[in-house]
Design a protein around this ligand. Structure first.
Ligand SMILES: [Zn+2]
Length: 320
């Protein structure tokens, strides 16, 4: 079942200007061709990816979905679904503003209609300042356990080991409408004019910025991996040396020089499988320990007066 929600914001006023491209988009919804001086155009910062008063937030993907779904939908007053719309959304994009991602949605209404001028004056004069979106969505993932918040034991807004529980909304199914409302719920949501605001970072710039960030992350990861690779190479070299030392002793005691030659060939080969290397290491350690039991036993021998044997054992110990 889809969830239905609505969110509130605040309005902010900017001057509007003519944009031919906007009129092309507006005319996609008009039955008769409209000219720029026949319509009012404003925009809304409709919703964002911040954690809101309901301990929920949109993912960036959800914001992208909203930009596609809001186009063509109605602007209402106070979510009055029974009344006719006062304006219509014709364009939307995700922009970055104040370090957060926002859906900015543009809407228009006709000048030569009853109440049109009042609406423009109230918006431009700062009386109508807050906006709100209604939408349906499918996924509400808990940030603590990543399960569906409706099924997991966590409560949005509560703290768990000092971490605030909230849920992330994604898979937006439908945008029902955007409304002018008396009180907003999301921080900083606002109304703006027709032109792109200077403080906005457009979708393409935002994506470019995101790609650059990813490249920087990959470069950092790569540097880390190179360090690991260097450490790995050193360790392989040490293990090979240790295997050769053990092999030399074991093959000498067992008078099996062929075994030593075989392992020497393997250890000096250009490449060796890591699993195989560890197997050789285990084999020679086992053989060595069989021939020269660990120090605990030699100490027993020492206590029993067999000092000569324990010296021999020590002289064969690897790594001193
Ligand atoms: Zn949970």
């Amino acid at each position: 079942m889809d969830l239905i929600a609505d969110k509130r914001g605040t309005l902010e006023i900017k001057n509007s200007n003519l944009h031919d491209v906007n009129m092309e988009l507006v005319n996609e919804f008009s039955q008769v061709p409209l000219k720029r001086d026949e319509v009012y155009i404003r925009s809304m910062y409709l919703c964002n990816d911040m954690i809101d008063a309901y301990a929920s937030r949109f993912t960036v993907e959800a914001l992208e979905e909203i930009t596609r779904l809001v186009v063509g939908e109605s602007v209402l007053k106070g979510h009055q679904h029974s009344s006719l719309p006062i304006a219509r959304f014709f364009k939307a994009e995700v922009v970055e503003k104040d370090d957060h991602n926002w859906v900015r949605a543009w809407f228009y209404w006709l000048k030569d209609t009853e109440g049109a001028l009042d609406l423009a004056r109230n918006i431009d004069g700062g009386v109508y300042r807050e906006v709100s979106i209604s939408w349906r969505y499918k996924t509400a993932a808990c940030n603590i356990c990543h399960e569906d918040i409706r099924k997991c034991p966590h409560i949005p807004g509560d703290y768990y080991s000092g971490e605030l529980c909230f849920y992330e909304m994604s898979e937006i199914q439908e945008v029902l409408e955007g409304s002018l409302v008396f009180k907003g719920g999301q921080i900083g949501t606002s109304i703006a004019g027709e032109r792109s605001a200077k403080k906005d970072i457009s979708s393409s710039k935002r994506k470019q910025k995101e790609e650059q960030r990813k490249i920087r992350e990959l470069e950092k990861e790569n540097r880390g991996l190179r360090k690991f690779a260097e450490l790995g190479k050193r360790r392989v070299k040490e293990i090979k040396e240790e295997i050769l030392r053990l092999a030399r002793v074991v093959s000498h005691v067992e008078e099996d020089s062929d075994r030593f030659i075989r392992i020497q060939e393997k250890m000096t080969a250009a490449e060796i499988d890591c699993d195989l290397l560890m197997d050789y290491w285990k084999d020679f350690k086992r053989d060595f320990d069989r021939l020269f039991p660990p120090r605990r036993i030699s100490m027993v021998e020492e206590l029993s007066g067999n000092a000569q044997k324990s010296e021999n054992v020590d002289s064969y110990r690897i790594g001193g």
